[in-house]
Design a protein around this ligand. Structure first.
Ligand SMILES: Nc1ncnc2c1ncn2[C@@H]1O[C@H](COP(=O)(O)OP(=O)(O)OP(=O)(O)O)[C@@H](O)[C@H]1O
Ligand SMILES: [Mg+2]
Length: 256
């Protein structure tokens, strides 16, 4: 059974008294433990699709199930990581990570602290527990953001351009680290990016979306060996896939 099943989902927004479809009859299955990336032109509906899976939006028609159960709203099994690390500036790094489970009343105070420290270790920030967000670089803030998502022990990580605001070098190394965390935790990841290279580096499978409401125009299996490091970018398969994605996007963009 698919971990996540998107079944003929349509989504329309009301704008200027107009019913405009962003997604129409989109279907997509994501397997347990799969790393799936969505690429597509700006405005094609990537964030909309992610928000539907997160339960932050309700589809106009169609259904989304996680482990066979219909999504009716947000839940702790699906954590969302956005482009900007929305950390609370008055809370220390540790207290920001704790925020990820504080509302759930799942663990006692002591256990929350232990878990927060363990997750700071996972994301490579064990020495910054008592620092404040303004003392961190953008990459470090995004690591805290990731630790805050991981502490809730979600089955599914939904990541909307999480590294887009970072410089190229930090972005690439965050990608390799995310891959390590994913491999250790075996979570199901849905990742959105505008970078074809980032998509190929990280994913098992890449879904390319066309102009709205066309939905998915290509479904590409990456098939590169893991774990992947910088060298993967030198492989012919890497260049071939990256080019294919860019050509698909350019074609989709030209048809306006
Ligand atoms: N709440 C809303 N109300 C009205 N229109 C919306 C709403 N949310 C999204 N849209 C519209 O739906 C379309 C898709 O938006 P979405 O944010 O999903 O695109 P995207 O693929 O994530 O783009 P980007 O790459 O720029 O982030 C856009 O035209 C947007 O204006
Ligand atoms: Mg978006």
């Amino acid at each position: 059974m698919a971990r996540i099943a998107v079944d003929r989902v349509s989504m329309a927004f009301e704008t200027d008294n107009e019913h405009r479809f962003v997604l129409k009859d989109l279907s997509l299955d994501i397997a347990d433990g799969e790393f799936l990336t969505i690429v597509g032109l700006s405005g094609c509906g990537k964030t909309t699709l992610l928000n539907l899976i997160a339960g932050l939006l309700t589809p106009t028609s169609g259904a989304i199930t996680v482990d066979g159960k219909p999504v009716t709203g947000p839940g702790p099994a699906r954590a969302v990581v956005f482009q900007d690390a929305s950390l609370l500036p008055w809370r220390s790094v540790l207290r920001n990570v704790e925020l990820g489970v504080e509302m759930q009343k799942r663990y006692g105070k002591e256990e929350i602290r232990e878990r927060a420290l363990a997750h700071l270790e996972t994301v490579g920030l064990p020495d910054f527990a008592n620092a404040y967000p303004h003392q961190l670089s953008g990459g470090m803030r995004q690591r805290v953001n990731l630790a805050r998502a991981l502490i809730a022990e979600p089955d599914v990580l939904l990541m909307d351009e999480p590294f887009a605001a970072l410089d190229a070098h930090t972005r690439e190394s965050m990608g390799y680290e995310l891959q390590r965390i994913w491999a250790e935790s075996r979570k199901t990841v849905i990742f959105i990016t505008h970078s074809a290279d980032e998509a190929v580096t990280l994913s098992d499978r890449i879904v390319v979306m066309g102009r709205p409401p066309n939905g998915i125009i290509a479904n590409l299996d990456v098939g590169l060996p893991r774990p992947r490091s910088m060298e993967v970018r030198g492989l012919p398969r890497f260049a071939e896939l990256s080019l294919e994605i860019r050509e698909l996007l350019s074609k989709a963009g030209a048809r306006s």
